[in-house]
Design a protein around this ligand. Structure first.
Ligand code: ATP
Length: 401
C-alpha cells in the first residue's frame, strides 16, 4: 500500500540509508527512513490515512513521522539539499532529487535506496557504488570535504568499522588524518562530540573503536590527558568483562554501559583535567559527579578493600552501598585483586538486595514504642541477615526480642 500512496500522490518514494544497508548485510534494523521526491508530507498523509496510522508532520522541514498500528515508526523526508540562511539558523528546505539528498550522507554504504512505487517496487538505486563497498567491506566517504564539513563522521566511521567488521578505505583514512591535523575538532561542539562518544561506548563491544580513536589520536585531540595508553585499553577490556558479567547477574537492573567506559577513559586524568573534560563535553552535573568525585572515592575504596578483605558481609555492605551501580561495575573492572572483584560481584548480585523481613508494624506489635530506635533496630536486623545469622521472620523477631 505504500507504493499505491506513492503513485496516488505522484511522488517517487524510496526507502534509504541504514535500513537498506542492513538488508544487504542481513542485519536487523527497525528504523525505516523514507525519502520522497515530491511533496513528502502529502505522501505521508495519504499513506497514514490508508491504514489508520498516526502522523506528525513538520511542514517547515517537509518531514513527517508515521506511527503504524503496531507502534512501528517510519520517518518520511522530502528529498532535499539544505542550505543555511545564517550559520545558526534552521535549514531552509528546497525540493530536489534523491541523488542530491543521498550526496549529503556520510558513507557510500548509507547511500543505497530502494524504490517503492508499484511499477518500480524493489528497484535498488546505487548512485555512489554503495553495493560494491558493502561487498568489499569498505567504508568510504562520498566527497573529499566530508570530514571537514562534519567531523562527527570520523566517530561514525570508527563505530561502523567495528560494528560491521569493515575497514575504512585508504583515501578515507588519509582524509580523517588530514581533518584531525587541520584541527576540525576545534569547531565541533562538545555536546556533539560527546553524543558520538556515547554512541560508540553503547555498542556491543566498544573496545576496538576506542583503540582506533587512539590510533587516530582523536581522544588526545579532545584533551591531551585523554591520550589512550596500554593501561587504559587493558582497563577497558576489564570493564567489558565486568559489564557482561553484571548484565548476566542482573539483567533487569539497568546500568549505563557508556558511563562505566567513560570513567575508564577518564581514569588517567587528574581531578582538574577530568572536570575540565566533563565540562568541555557537556556532561550533566550528576554524570560529572560520578566520573570525577565518585570515581576517586571508588579508587580509595578499592585500596581499602584490598587491605581489609575478607570482611563480614555487613561491613562489605556498609563500604559499598554508597556507590551507584555504574561505579561498582567500574570498581569491579579497576580492582587488580581477584578477591576485591569477587567481593564487589557478591555485593552486586546478592548483598544489595538484603533487607529485613520485619517492618515497623511488627515492632509496634511487639510493644516497642515508635521512634528513632526503629531505624537502629532494623539496621541491626539487616546486618544480622547479611551475616547469615537470620533466615526467617520468626528468627528476626526472636533476635529483636
Ligand atoms: P545507527 O544504527 O547507529 O542508528 P544508522 O546509520 O542506521 O546508525 P542513523 O545514525 O540514525 O542510523 O543515521 C540515519 C542515516 O542518516 C544514515 O544512514 C546516514 O546516511 C545519515 N547520517 C547520520 N548521521 C550523519 C552525518 N553525520 N552525516 C551524514 N549523514 C548522516
Amino acid at each position: 500500500s505504500i507504493g499505491k500512496s506513492a503513485d496516488e500522490t505522484g511522488c517517487h518514494v524510496f526507502v534509504v540509508g541504514g535500513f537498506v544497508r542492513d538488508l544487504l548485510l542481513y542485519r536487523k534494523n527497525e528504523d525505516i527512513d523514507i525519502v520522497v521526491e515530491g511533496d513528502g508530507i502529502h505522501f505521508a498523509k495519504n499513506f497514514a490515512g490508508s491504514r489508520d496510522a498516526r502522523i506528525h508532520a513538520y511542514s517547515k522541514f517537509g518531514t513527517a513521522v508515521i506511527t503504524l498500528e503496531d507502534g512501528f515508526k517510519v520517518d518520511v523526508a522530502t528529498a532535499r539539499t539544505e542550505y543555511y540562511a545564517s550559520p545558526a539558523a534552521l535549514p531552509e528546505v528546497e525540493k530536489s532529487s534523491l541523488k542530491a539528498d543521498l550526496y549529503r550522507r556520510d558513507f557510500t554504504i548509507n547511500t543505497l535506496a530502494i524504490q517503492l512505487n508499484e511499477k518500480y517496487y524493489g528497484t535498488l538505486i546505487d548512485h555512489f557504488s554503495g553495493q560494491k563497498d558493502i561487498k568489499d567491506k569498505t567504508l568510504r566517504i562520498i566527497h573529499n570535504l566530508s570530514f571537514v564539513e562534519d567531523p562527527t563522521r570520523i566517530f561514525r566511521a570508527v563505530r561502523f568499522e567495528s560494528r560491521f567488521g569493515f575497514t575504512i578505505g585508504k583515501l578515507t583514512v588519509r582524509l580523517i588524518e588530514n581533518a584531525i591535523r587541520m584541527g576540525v575538532f576545534k569547531r565541533l561542539s562538545g555536546a556533539r562530540a560527546m553524543g558520538e562518544i556515547v554512541s560508540i561506548l553503547e555498542e556491543n563491544d566498544p573496545v576496538p573503536s576506542i583503540r582506533r580513536l587512539g590510533e587516530f589520536r582523536l581522544l588526545a585531540a579532545l584533551h591531551p590527558s585523554m591520550a589512550l595508553t596500554e593501561k587504559t585499553t587493558a582497563l577497558l577490556m576489564e570493564a567489558r568483562k565486568a559489564l557482561d558479567g553484571y548484565e548476566l547477574l542482573a539483567e533487569d537492573l539497568r546500568c549505563h554501559r557508556w558511563l562505566v567506559y567513560f570513567m575508564v577513559l577518564l581514569s588517567p586524568c587528574n581531578t582538574a583535567d577530568a572536570k575540565k573534560i566533563c565540562r568541555i563535553l557537556r556532561l550533566a552535573g550528576w554524570q560529572e559527579e560520578l566520573c570525577v568525585k565518585e570515581r576517586e572515592r571508588a579508587e580509595l575504596c578499592i585500596k581499602r578493600l584490598a587491605r581489609e578483605l575478607p570482611l563480614d558481609n555487613s561491613i562489605l555492605y556498609s563500604r559499598l552501598h554508597v556507590f551507584k551501580t555504574e561505579v561498582l561495575v567500574y570498581m569491579m573492572a579497576a580492582a587488580e585483586r581477584k578477591q576485591v572483584k569477587k567481593a564487589i560481584a557478591h555485593y552486586l548480585s546478592k548483598l544489595r538486595f538484603v533487607t529485613p523481613l520485619i517492618q515497623g508494624r511488627d515492632l509496634k506489635e511487639m510493644g516497642i514504642p515508635p521512634g528513632p530506635a526503629y531505624r537502629k533496630i532494623l539496621l541491626q536486623v539487616q546486618d544480622a541477615r547479611l551475616n547469615g545469622m537470620l533466615h526467617s521472620k520468626e528468627e528476626e523477631m526472636a533476635f529483636v526480642a
